[in-house]
Design a protein around this ligand. Structure first.
Ligand SMILES: [Zn+2]
Length: 284
């Protein structure tokens, strides 16, 4: 059984015919561990996010059997400094060393924080994938994890995370004008993620969700703040009640797949109920 698995990943044994084609010098970068999966009896495959090379995957030989080389550095959500080498004919890197910079132990003691951390890491993986530098996304994710570490999880952080990811992935919904005709909006608006955002009464489509202009204004102001700032936001019940489901819906319209960690998050802290169409809205 093991030899069968080894056959798939037996890149260590491949003879390099032309070493110049493969830059084998070690590379070093700070990184955030997104997840790891066990491989064979003693190894791990680790997914991590770097500022300059985005999402990468590495093979950590012996990571499960001996803690000498990697220690606790490969735990998800940890901040680390990694050294790796490329492997010929493989996008899977060969992890050499991992220095633990910040385990973020605080977020591991708070279920909501843990659920939000997993959600953030899974969203970054789904939206940005492998390849390409995303320094702003790295800074945003690092800041979110740091905040969860010191402060636990809350509904504001989820909303901010989703708003920032919409912006950083280039999928901002139209908030303060009609997404279809570009016209001005009245006090009571509707929102459709499929239509690209807010809708005026003329462009409103069936199934669009009612929302007040005041909530859209609050979301627009949040969106304009630096992507790596999470501290100091306190949103009113109306803004959260109306705005949080809009952000999740807008993100869902862009995601290539279902986000597994959201189910756990929703069980811990359900999104506020959608306002009834007859509600007069309200201000945050
Ligand atoms: Zn319109």
């Amino acid at each position: 059984m093991f030899s069968k698995k080894l056959h798939v990943f037996s890149l260590e044994n491949i003879t390099i015919l032309n070493p110049d084609r493969f830059p084998m010098h070690p590379q070093k970068s700070d990184a955030i561990i997104l997840q790891h999966i066990d491989y064979g009896e003693s190894d791990r495959i680790v997914t991590f996010f770097t500022p300059e090379q985005g999402l990468l995957k590495g093979f950590a030989r012996g990571a499960r059997k001996s803690r000498k080389r990697f220690g606790a550095a490969l735990e998800p959500f940890s901040g680390v400094r990694l050294i790796w080498r490329q492997r010929p004919n493989s996008s899977l890197l060969n992890l050499q060393e991992a220095e633990l910079l910040d385990l973020r132990d605080g977020l591991r003691r708070d279920l909501k924080a843990l659920a939000l951390a997993a959600y953030g890491c899974e969203l970054v993986t789904a939206l940005f994938g492998e390849g390409g530098a995303h320094p702003e996304v790295y800074a945003m994710l690092k800041s979110l994890l740091d905040q969860l570490d010191v402060d636990g999880g809350c509904a504001e952080y989820r909303l901010l995370l989703e708003l920032r990811l919409l912006r950083l992935s280039g999928h901002e919904p139209h908030l303060l004008h009609c997404a279809v005709c570009g016209g001005a909006l009245p006090e009571q608006v509707h929102f459709s993620a499929e239509q690209g955002g807010s809708l005026c009464p003329v462009c409103r489509v069936p199934g669009a969700r009612p929302v007040s202009l005041a909530t859209l204004g609050s979301l627009a102001r949040c969106r304009e703040t630096p992507a790596d700032r999470f501290a100091g936001f306190h949103l009113g019940a109306t803004t959260l009640g109306e705005g949080a489901p809009l952000c999740t819906a807008a993100l869902d319209a862009q995601l290539p797949r279902r986000i597994k960690s959201r189910e756990f998050l929703d069980r811990l802290e359900p999104l506020p109920a959608a306002p009834r169409p007859s509600d007069g809205g309200g201000h945050s």
